[in-house]
Design a protein around this ligand. Structure first.
Ligand code: ARG
Length: 265
């Protein structure tokens, strides 16, 4: 298993940290799409890039998609720290305006700087946020960040939308097309029961008790949206879409100031 992960990580070309704990929150261990048009993020549906124009994906220099991201200004992308920590800016491309990974639609943009939250160590410890600076401005609409005033957006039961091109089941194949899934924000108590590592100062959870709807491997770094704002960044979870194990997202509001400083720099 570890050997496989190392191979896949090498193939991905991104120096993502590989965890050996049971929580599968990192490897971009994603294969080609299986071609089944019914497959989903996990339990989601196709999403139109024109409706979610700020949703981007990250590739290595070979074009392999390993994470997602959100365009928050014409030259800045918010993603997960675990997607890009230890990765040189020159090794990352940002693809915008492309719903179908096998098309050439949209724009591929070089990255000039990778900023990783300085306190980040591992996703389950929080601080799983990073900002990429683009070498060229991108002509797509941007998504605003949730602010510390947006407490209502984090209330249990708030409907959120999560987007990505990741796997459509735990250990399955990545999606060729952009997918989305609607999941309610989970209460702190529920998330803490599932995950002792959960902290509401750095994370937010979403999912339904029955499971079946979730983000999954390869969706990391991508947007969790509510109220027209970026409230979370796909971060980690136990498997994908398991009953009583919601997905865990980096909580954006607490990082609003530090992210904004990077976005405006
Ligand atoms: N860490 C994964 C990635 O690198 C995302 C995992 C999300 N897991 C979940 N059950 N929501 O793509």
């Amino acid at each position: 298993m570890a050997g496989t992960l190392r191979r896949l990580v090498r193939f991905a070309g991104a120096a993502v940290a590989v965890s050996t704990i049971g929580l599968s929150f990192v490897p971009s261990a994603v294969a080609a799409d299986n071609g089944d048009p019914q497959t989903q993020i996990v339990g989601g549906t196709r999403a139109s890039i024109s409706q979610y124009p700020w949703t981007v994906f990250l590739t290595n220099t070979s074009g392999f998609q390993f994470c997602g991201g959100t365009l928050v200004s014409k030259t800045k992308v918010v993603t997960a720290a675990h997607c890009v920590k230890g990765t040189a800016a020159s090794a990352v491309r940002v693809v915008s305006g492309r719903e179908d990974k096998q098309s050439t639609a949209g724009t591929v943009t070089n990255v000039s700087k990778v900023w990783v939250h300085p306190s980040y160590t591992t996703a389950t410890a929080g601080y799983d946020v990073a900002v990429l600076t683009l070498a060229n401005a991108v002509n797509s609409a941007v998504l605003p960040l949730a602010t510390p005033q947006d407490t209502a957006l984090y209330a249990a039961g708030t409907n959120s939308t999560v987007l990505g091109w990741g796997t459509t089941s735990s250990g399955g194949s990545a999606s060729r097309y952009l997918l989305k899934v609607d999941v309610p924000v989970t209460s702190d108590a529920t998330c803490k029961t599932a995950y002792p590592q959960y902290s509401n100062t750095s994370m937010v959870c979403a999912g339904i008790p029955a499971g079946g709807k979730d983000s999954c491997q390869g969706d990391s770094g991508g947007p969790m949206v509510a109220g027209g704002k970026l409230i979370g960044v796909v971060s980690w979870g136990r498997g994908c879409a398991l009953p009583n194990y919601p997905g865990v997202y980096a909580r954006v509001a607490p990082y609003h100031a530090v992210l904004t400083a990077q976005i405006n720099s």
